[in-house]
Design a protein around this ligand. Sequence first.
Ligand SMILES: *[C@@H]1O[C@H](CO)[C@@H](O)[C@H](O)[C@H]1NC(C)=O
Ligand SMILES: *[C@@H]1O[C@H](CO)[C@@H](O)[C@H](O)[C@H]1NC(C)=O
Ligand SMILES: *[C@@H]1O[C@H](CO)[C@@H](O)[C@H](O)[C@H]1NC(C)=O
Ligand SMILES: *[C@@H]1O[C@H](CO)[C@@H](O)[C@H](O)[C@H]1NC(C)=O
Ligand SMILES: *[C@@H]1O[C@H](CO)[C@@H](O)[C@H](O)[C@H]1NC(C)=O
Ligand SMILES: *[C@@H]1O[C@H](CO)[C@@H](O)[C@H](O)[C@H]1NC(C)=O
Ligand SMILES: CC(=O)N[C@H]1CO[C@H](CO)[C@@H](O)[C@@H]1O
Ligand SMILES: CC(=O)N[C@H]1CO[C@H](CO)[C@@H](O)[C@@H]1O
Length: 546
Amino acid sequence: MQVHEARQNVPTGYTATGPASSDTVLSLRVALVQNNIAGLIDALYDVSSPSSPNYGKWLSKTEVEAYVAPKQDSVAAVNSWLSAYGLNATALSPAGDWLGIELPVSKANNMLAANFSVFSSTVTGSTTVRTLSYSVPSDLVDHIDLIHPTIIFPDPNGAKRPVIRVADRTASKTFDDSSPCASVTESGSMTPACLQHLYGIPATPATVSSNGIAVTEYEEQYAQGADLHSFLQQFRPDVNPDTNYTVISIDGGENPQDPNDAGVEADLDLQYTAGLATGVPATVTIDGEDDFLTGLLNTGFSLLGLESPPQVVSTSWGGDENEFSPSYATNLCNVYAQLGARGVSMIFSSGDGGVSGNQFEDYCTIFNPTFPSTCPHITTVGATYLIPEVAADFSGGGFSNYFPRPDYQSEVVSAYLALLGNNDTGLYNASGRAYPDVSAYGVNCSVVIGGVTQVVSGTSCSAPIFASTIAILNDRLLAAGKPTLGFLNPWLYSGAGAAAFTDIVSGNNTSCGDDDNLGFFATKGWDPVTGFGTPKFASLLSAVGL
Ligand SMILES: *[C@@H]1O[C@H](CO)[C@@H](O)[C@H](O)[C@H]1NC(C)=O
Ligand SMILES: *[C@@H]1O[C@H](CO)[C@@H](O)[C@H](O)[C@H]1NC(C)=O
Ligand SMILES: *[C@@H]1O[C@H](CO)[C@@H](O)[C@H](O)[C@H]1NC(C)=O
Ligand SMILES: *[C@@H]1O[C@H](CO)[C@@H](O)[C@H](O)[C@H]1NC(C)=O
Ligand SMILES: *[C@@H]1O[C@H](CO)[C@@H](O)[C@H](O)[C@H]1NC(C)=O
Ligand SMILES: *[C@@H]1O[C@H](CO)[C@@H](O)[C@H](O)[C@H]1NC(C)=O
Ligand SMILES: CC(=O)N[C@H]1CO[C@H](CO)[C@@H](O)[C@@H]1O
Ligand SMILES: CC(=O)N[C@H]1CO[C@H](CO)[C@@H](O)[C@@H]1O
């Protein structure tokens, strides 16, 4: 047996309370080594880079699966190991690179030389079964990437993962004034009409039915059809309030439609996609899995399993990067690379804690990046506010400790670092993937939740706004017989894309709470608070050649 993954200590916020009961049944997920992940990443950049002859030639489902399927000898070796323990694996991913097994703790401890124990959160008292290390037979080391859940612990604070500042949930205000942004300038409530005005997002309905936009939901957050109806009536009187959406249920995710089941995040996401990407078919995915990290993975598999996945997927959920193990984060980031290669723009919120993590944590001592924001194969969206826009102080931004800086951003990030000089040295990882890539408005967004019109703030608002802009661009591209935009960053950072944004040049993000430590600042050009800035639809259209 050879140790495969281990952590030195029980994580902060947990205490071990003793061994797990031997008959507790574990659902473990085994990631097999993919046969050619490097080839998949090369293919992703080949089809996503405007300079490539293959730009826009998205891979098919079968082509992607051919890169990530495990080798036959991996499948054979792992299956024979499992069957020696009387276990049958289920394929969890379309390519068969993730397998699921169910087994009692006694068997798992034996098979994996593990010590599955009960750990109790010192904050909430809730318990979780994990092990500090696990091993696999040495002849399987090269066939198994990782097994989950094992050494990754849930957030001990029981933190909710939507990237939203629920504290700002005050009533929305509207004004009779005919100027589209009167509600913002007079009371601070953002509306779709003002976003259309600010970014030039067209109100005319999209025409291409094969286009799509999806938002992904977790943790029993349920979007409400009645809330969308009310939102459209109030804020988009020009569109049919019965505009409907499709639900994809994953892992038994339900879709209750009682006002008491309304989820802030889910309603916000749906209202700023169906309500802004006018006429683009909208989908809500609802994951029923308890473990958020597993939910992210399974949502990715569900999308990969579709012959024609929605071309834009917006996710306003995340965590601190250090909650994910490097191997889990890499594997999940590679799921997003697969979707990118299929032509899907994967868009995520950058987090609401500035440099301090997913939510503001005034106890951080070094900057704390968020994930999936730091995955190099996705597009991350920060937040702005006020008109003219400045960076919102909570806008998540910074540098990964897991993923090195991708080539596409090396020039603009070097320029920012040169400006930063020695400020913040030692607090962030200058060699890491920097984020966000772009930004959009994120303060006091009007939303209807459980029948009540109110305002909420967060990069949770920014991501669907940006995603909707891309979905409408895709509609125009498809109508012109051109391919959709897919993975955006190589294009965004190529110059043509970046030029189509309003550069946000002032404001700074939340620090660790120490006034001497300022976090990062927005400036001319790309910065790790607002990226390239906020979209200008007309310029984006010309940047894509329309
Ligand atoms: C297994 O973990 C428990 C704590 O949950 C500890 O008391 C016990 O000593 C460990 N056993 C071994 C063999 O390490
Ligand atoms: C494994 O699956 C086979 C075929 O479906 C079945 O016959 C067998 O009983 C299963 N074994 C276990 C241990 O579940
Ligand atoms: C957001 O809304 C609150 C409550 O209505 C208001 O006090 C605040 O000034 C608004 N913020 C901005 C930036 O407009
Ligand atoms: C900094 O990021 C690189 C990846 O770019 C990583 O290899 C290194 O371990 C990180 N350093 C720290 C201290 O986390
Ligand atoms: C660096 O920090 C100093 C002291 O806080 C501040 O006055 C200066 O403006 C900062 N420079 C940059 C480029 O951030
Ligand atoms: C941070 O942003 C605030 C609000 O935009 C501004 O007043 C302040 O001068 C900024 N501080 C720095 C150091 O840039
Ligand atoms: C009016 C209408 O068709 N409403 C449907 C919209 O979609 C949701 C989710 O698929 C259904 O629950 C509603 O019945
Ligand atoms: C320098 C600066 O403006 N820092 C701000 C960062 O954000 C926090 C709150 O999120 C403010 O209190 C700081 O003033």
